[in-house]
Design a protein around this ligand. Structure first.
Ligand code: PMP
Length: 421
C-alpha cells in the first residue's frame, strides 16, 4: 500500500530519487497507454515512463517475446555465441540510413553517450567536445559534463574538455529560428575556445528534458559541416526522439536532412527493458578493436528479444504514421488553447514529442513555474499524467506511449483546458 511503500522508500532508498506529485502515485499495473494505481483508478499516461514505453505498457507481443526467451536462456554475456544479439543488430541496422550499420549494445542512455564520447576521442585523436546549452545526455560522470541543465549537475569536476554552445531554440534563442546563425556560434566556439580541432559534437534532435525544444531550422546541416571541417564526429542523441516518435521520420536527425557519424539510442528502444545502443559506421566502430571492450549485460538474449519485438510491433502497428496523425491533431488543439489562455507562451514539437511552455508574460517569456505545477497536479486529479521539464520547470512534456489514440488526445486537451481555466 502507498503509505508502506513510501515509508520503505524513505528508509531504504537514496533520497535523491525524486517523486512526481504532492500526493505520490502508487502504480501497480500498466496496459498500453493506461496506468492503474493501487485503488484501481485508471490514468491516461502522457509521459510513458519518461518517453520509454514506446509500444505501450505490457504490450502482449513484447511480453510474450520476453517470456519465451526468459524460459530458454537469460544470460551468458557475449563470450559465447547466441543468435539473439546478432539477429537484433541486423534488424536495428536495417532501420539506419547511410553507412550506420555497426551496433554496440549497452544498458542505458548515459552509457551509450559515454561510449560515443570515448569513440569520438579515440577515432579523431582530438579531445574537445561541443554540446548544447539546455542539453541532457545523462548522469554518469562523463555525460553529466555534457548535460547543461542545473537540476542535473553536481559541484564536481565533470565535463573537462566539453564546451556548451548556444541553444538553437526557435522560441527563446538569440537568433530565433535561424539555424545557420547558431551554427556560426559553434564555429566561433571552435576557433576561440579549442585548439581548432574537435573530437565531436552532441545534440538531441529535439531537446527532451530541456523542454521539448526543437533545433532551429537548418541548424544540423550547418553545424555538422563546421564540426567535420574541424576534424570532429557528429553524434545524434536519439534517446528520446528515435523509433518514429517524431512522426515524419524514424530518426529525429532525418528531420534536418543529415546523417550523423554516431547515433545513440535508449528508452523507447526496449519499451522499458534496460537496453541501449551506439550505432556507428564500420570505420568508426574499428576504433574499439584496437583494444577489447566489454559490457556484461549489453544486448543479452532477453533484451535483444525484446528489442526485436519492439521493432516488429512499431512497424506492424504503423506507429510512426500514427504519431504524426495524433501529434498533428494535438498541435492544432494546443494552438487553439494558446489563443484562449494567455499563460501558454509556446506550443511546439513533432509527432508525439510535444511541449507546451507556460509564461507569465508573452513578451518577456518569463517562466510561469508555480502555475505549471498547479496545472500539472490538477491534470493528475483529472486522470492525466503529463511530463514536465525545461530549465525553469515551466514546460509540459507530452510524450505518451505511441499507441495513444485521437480519443486520448481529445480527452487530454479537454482536461488541459479545464486545468488552465
Ligand atoms: N539522452 C537523453 C536525450 C535523455 O533524455 C536521457 C534520459 N533522460 C539520457 C540520454 C540518459 O539516459 P539514461 O537515463 O538511460 O542513462
Amino acid at each position: 500500500k502507498l503509505a508502506e511503500v513510501l515509508d520503505k522508500r524513505k528508509k531504504f532508498l537514496n533520497p535523491a530519487m525524486f517523486l512526481y506529485y504532492k500526493q505520490p502515485l502508487n502504480i501497480v499495473e500498466g496496459k498500453m497507454q493506461y496506468l492503474f494505481d493501487e485503488s484501481g483508478r485508471r490514468y491516461l499516461d502522457a509521459f510513458a515512463g519518461i518517453v520509454t514505453v514506446s509500444a505501450g505498457h505490457c504490450h502482449p507481443e513484447i511480453v510474450e517475446a520476453v517470456r519465451r526467451q526468459n524460459e530458454l536462456l537469460q544470460h551468458t554475456t557475449t563470450i559465447y555465441l547466441n543468435h539473439q544479439i546478432a539477429d537484433y543488430a541486423e534488424a536495428l541496422a536495417a532501420k539506419m540510413p547511410g553507412n550506420l550499420k555497426v551496433c554496440y549494445f549497452v544498458n542505458s542512455g548515459s552509457e551509450a553517450n559515454d561510449m560515443a564520447m570515448t569513440m569520438a576521442r579515440l577515432y579523431t585523436g582530438n579531445y574537445d567536445i561541443i554540446a548544447l546549452r539546455n542539453a541532457y545526455h545523462g548522469m554518469s560522470p562523463a555525460t553529466m559534463g555534457l548535460t547543461a541543465h542545473h537540476t542535473w549537475k553536481y559541484n564536481t569536476a565533470q565535463g573537462f574538455g566539453v564546451h556548451h554552445a548556444l541553444n538553437p531554440d526557435p522560441y527563446k534563442g538569440a537568433f530565433g529560428n535561424d539555424g545557420a546563425r547558431y551554427a556560426e556560434d559553434v564555429q566561433d566556439l571552435i576557433q576561440t575556445a579549442t585548439s581548432g580541432r574537435v573530437a565531436g559534437f552532441f545534440a538531441e534532435t529535439i531537446q527532451g528534458v530541456g523542454g521539448a525544444v526543437p533545433l532551429a531550422d537548418g541548424y544540423l546541416p550547418a553545424v555538422y559541416k563546421h564540426i567535420r571541417d574541424a576534424g570532429g564526429l557528429c553524434i545524434a542523441d536519439e534517446v528520446q526522439t528515435g523509433f518514429g516518435r517524431t512522426g515524419t521520420h524514424y530518426w529525429g536527425f532525418q528531420n534536418q536532412g543529415v546523417t550523423p557519424d554516431i547515433v545513440t539510442m535508449a528508452k523507447g528502444i526496449g519499451n522499458g527493458l534496460p537496453l541501449a545502443a551506439v550505432v556507428t559506421t564500420p570505420e568508426v566502430a574499428q576504433v574499439l578493436t584496437s583494444r577489447i571492450h566489454f559490457n556484461t549485460y549489453g544486448g543479452n538474449p532477453v533484451v535483444s528479444a525484446a528489442g526485436q519485438a519492439v521493432l516488429r510491433v512499431l512497424d506492424q502497428e504503423k506507429r510512426q504514421e500514427h504519431c504524426k496523425a495524433v501529434g498533428d491533431y494535438l498541435l492544432t488543439e494546443f494552438r487553439k488553447l494558446q489563443e484562449k489562455h494567455d499563460v501558454i507562451g509556446d506550443v511546439r514539437g513533432r509527432g508525439l514529442m510535444l511541449g507546451v511552455e507556460l509564461v507569465t508574460d508573452r513578451k518577456t517569456k518569463a517562466p510561469a513555474t508555480p502555475e505549471t505545477l498547479q496545472v500539472f497536479e490538477k491534470m493528475k486529479d483529472l486522470g492525466v499524467l503529463l511530463g514536465k521539464g525545461g530549465l525553469r520547470g515551466n514546460v509540459f512534456r507530452i510524450k505518451p506511449p505511441m499507441c495513444f489514440t485521437k480519443d486520448d488526445a481529445e480527452f487530454l486537451v479537454k482536461c488541459l483546458d479545464i486545468s488552465l481555466s
